[in-house]
Design a protein around this ligand. Structure first.
Ligand code: PLP
Length: 379
């Protein structure tokens, strides 16, 4: 159960708080928008028996597996950003994006709601179930023969080319930012705030000490952090969690600058399979993460089984591969003595209250069932 752990030398909570405050709008307004398109609050679940087993004070899991009936949290971001675009440019006819699955499904779903077209690019290795889920929303899907980063490049080029040649107006709805492309990814990050807004209402003054945040391009983690740092009196500490084969946040923290990693190997944590951190996200993550973790796929599988076969009276949670990433990291840290120094650094101990967000359910149900059929995890 070996993981790589790293302390962040750029950790500067004061700076991170200033940056978060600088981003802030009114989350209530975004929450109300989501309500207007049928959002229902997802549950916040306490797992006291699991906490005892892992030697921590308390574990809370926000279970976003059923968000909008789409099996992942991502529609919170895409829906808000696309709604803003249509408000500004009602003539937009086609939305385009690149995706590992969840974001693309969200864009396709919202395009249908808005009566617009969507074209979705996907990287090689994408499972048929994820392709079908997007097509079932009425969108066209093109699978390319390269990885996620390249799919983003192609989607961007397609929009530029279509707008040069066609009569219809196309718009790129990408959930990652780069120099010169920041407005949409910022709106997507703001859209994710509804999740933390719900958690704030559900917590009832419970103080959270630590959060493990699974990261792909880092937009979601940066959104969660910006909300907590600007809205909560006592924000927790934050640790990023990534697959070993796509650990761009980890390697960027190590190099103290944003770098791209080669993510040609695949991971079952498809939603986290990104080689480059978003510029917007990086600007906040570099000062707000106290540490970074990269971990093997086997740990995500263990965490999925842990949630599928709960201990004692704990509730069952259906977590997909990327959704279970945060718990996978906690599992490794709590079981291995060699991480004591890192655990002290992030104040992980028997009194800690830990918040984890399950960001997806069985988006690849075939793989989910294969993993769960291995049965209850033995300690
Ligand atoms: C289920 C799931 N969790 C977490 C993430 C990570 O979000 P981000 O790419 O913004 O870091 C994704 C991204 O697609 C995802 O699909």
């Amino acid at each position: 159960m070996s993981i790589n752990v790293l302390e962040n030398q750029m950790f500067n909570p004061e700076k991170a708080k200033r940056k978060s405050n600088g981003l802030f709008l009114n989350p209530e307004e975004i929450f109300e928008f989501h309500k207007s398109i049928g959002n229902n609050e997802t549950p916040l679940i306490e797992l006291p028996s699991l906490a005892k087993q892992l030697g921590v004070g308390n574990i809370l899991i926000k279970d976003d597996g059923a968000r909008f009936g789409l099996k992942a949290f991502k529609a919170l971001g895409a829906s808000y950003a696309m709604h803003r675009i249509i408000e500004k440019y009602p003539e937009v006819n086609t939305f385009c994006t690149a995706t590992d699955g969840n974001h693309g499904r969200a864009v396709a779903w919202m395009a249908k709601k808005l009566n617009r077209n969507a074209l979705i690019y996907m990287p090689k290795g994408t499972t048929q179930e994820r392709i079908n889920a997007i097509k079932s929303e009425g969108s066209e899907v093109i699978v390319i023969d390269k990885g996620y980063d390249h799919a983003v490049k192609i989607a961007n080029e397609r929009v530029l080319e279509s707008n040069n040649h066609g009569d219809n107006l196309w718009y790129l709805i990408q959930d990652t930012a780069w120099d010169g492309y920041e407005e949409i990814p910022l709106d997507i990050m703001k859209g994710y705030w509804t999740q933390m807004h719900e958690i704030s209402n559900q917590l009832n003054n419970t103080k959270i000490d630590l959060m493990f945040l699974q990261t792909g391009v880092g937009s979601w983690a940066a959104s969660v952090i910006s909300y907590a740092m600007s809205q909560w009196k006592n924000p927790p500490l934050f640790v990023s969690v990534e697959p070993l084969s796509a650990n761009c946040v980890f390697e960027s923290i190590k190099s103290q600058k944003r770098i791209t990693v080669n993510n040609n190997e695949t991971t079952i944590m498809a939603g986290l399979d990104a080689g480059t951190v978003s510029t917007l996200a990086w600007d906040l993550l570099k000062n707000s993460l106290i540490g970074a973790i990269s971990m093997p796929d086997s740990l995500a599988e263990k965490a999925m089984r842990l949630l599928a076969y709960p201990l004692n009276k704990d509730l069952h949670i259906k977590a997909g591969e990327s959704g279970a990433g945060g718990l996978g990291a906690l599992l490794a840290l709590s079981k291995e003595k060699k991480y004591t120094e890192f655990k002290n650094k992030i104040s992980l101990n028997e009194n800690s209250t830990i918040l984890i967000i399950n960001t997806e359910s069985d988006t690849d149900s075939k793989n989910y069932n294969k993993i769960i059929n291995k049965g209850r995890l033995k300690f």
